[in-house]
Design a protein around this ligand. Structure first.
Ligand code: FES
Length: 166
């Protein structure tokens, strides 16, 4: 004689255990699908977002000419440019060393621009005095805006003898 009778309490407990295992697996599956969906959405957003390289403008305003005393050299760190004012006028000299691209420093006590990397030396007008740099510091185009401010265009290299008279 076979024993087909099962304990109803035991069957109920097994059923609850099966349901809770099923619920657990469902939650795990939903969670994994949610993570995969969010990852896919993030990748899709990244794929369709514009790939724009935001670069600093090559033209900048250097302020009113009165900010610069005659016979002064002013280093504009954010632009890496020297604004030089002489009795003849203004010129803008690159502060990036022509040797290997280090940022030079203005040394007023020596009246020269010096590169801290390998010791190149330049006059305030960018002419090379010494060191390994092969060429002088370039001059950028400098002009006055319609409202009377200095404007420098770092894309335009001009001759060193061109001066903005103000
Ligand atoms: S980078 Fe200026 S001297 Fe070498």
């Amino acid at each position: 004689m076979s024993d087909d009778k099962t304990d109803p309490a035991q069957a109920n407990a097994d059923s609850k255990r099966d349901v809770s295992r099923r619920d657990f697996l469902n939650e795990i599956t939903l969670g994994a699908l949610g993570v995969a969906g969010l990852s896919g959405a993030a990748l899709t957003y990244q794929f369709f977002s514009p790939k724009v390289l935001f670069e600093q403008s090559t033209t900048f305003r250097a302020g009113n000419p009165d900010l610069y005393p005659v016979n002064s050299v002013t280093f504009l760190q954010d632009q890496q440019v020297y604004i030089v004012r002489t009795a003849a006028g203004f010129y803008a000299v690159s502060a990036v060393c022509t040797h290997l691209g280090c940022i030079t420093q203005w040394k007023p006590e020596a009246n020269m621009i010096v590169c801290p990397c390998h010791g190149s030396k330049f006059q305030p007008d960018g002419k090379k005095i010494g060191g390994p740099a092969a060429s002088p510091q370039p001059h950028y185009a400098i002009s006055l805006t319609t409202d009377g401010e200095l404007q420098v265009d770092k894309l335009q290299i001009i001759k060193a003898d061109q001066v903005l008279k103000v």
